[in-house]
Design a protein. Structure first.
Length: 170
């Protein structure tokens, strides 16, 4: 009987010791991982070391940036609905916000046709040209919009000819 009593006391003391333990700290919450960041996809060449420029500045004074490469960021407002051979980049999704068409150097790559609504960083050469009525009509058939068309159907546009595009959705 004495052996059982000693055993019971020993067990009770072990249980009592466990109740006096310090509380176990809660597991640490991990910092947001890279996986929490929007997935970015690259089309064309990886972005290089072209100087960063504000898209609004490029659109206001395209001659200042003419024939030079810059890196700009903006909203993809629309894209070619047939094969993704161009997209329109703007400061905002608002149709009234200034924007420009982005084409891809040497027709060397495309973006997804459902790119509208994405954010994009683009490394590109800035061009400002008048495009012929036939091309305006073709681009409009693919979803493009031209605010300032001439009476003959031609339009002046600021265009970015991209060597690389990085795109993501927030």
């Amino acid at each position: 009987m004495l052996g059982r009593g000693l055993l019971a006391c020993a067990l009770l003391s072990l249980v009592a010791c466990n109740t006096n333990k310090e509380p176990t700290p809660a597991p640490a919450v991990a910092a947001p991982s890279a996986a929490a960041q929007p997935a970015r996809k690259t089309f064309g060449s990886p972005l290089g070391a072209s100087p960063a420029a504000n898209l609004a500045d490029v659109l206001k004074t395209p001659d200042k940036f003419a024939d030079s490469s810059v890196t700009v960021e903006g909203e993809v407002r629309r894209a070619c609905t047939r094969k993704g051979c161009w997209m329109e980049l703007s400061e905002a999704q608002d149709p009234a916000a200034p924007g420009c068409r982005v084409t891809f150097k040497d027709y060397g790559f495309f973006v997804p046709t459902d790119s509208a609504g994405s954010r994009a960083r683009v490394e590109a050469k800035v061009e400002s040209k008048t495009i012929k009525p036939e091309l305006v009509a073709h681009l409009e058939s693919e979803g493009a919009k031209f605010a300032d068309k001439a009476a003959d159907g031609s339009a002046r546009e600021v265009r970015l000819v991209a060597t690389g595009v990085e795109m993501w959705r927030d």
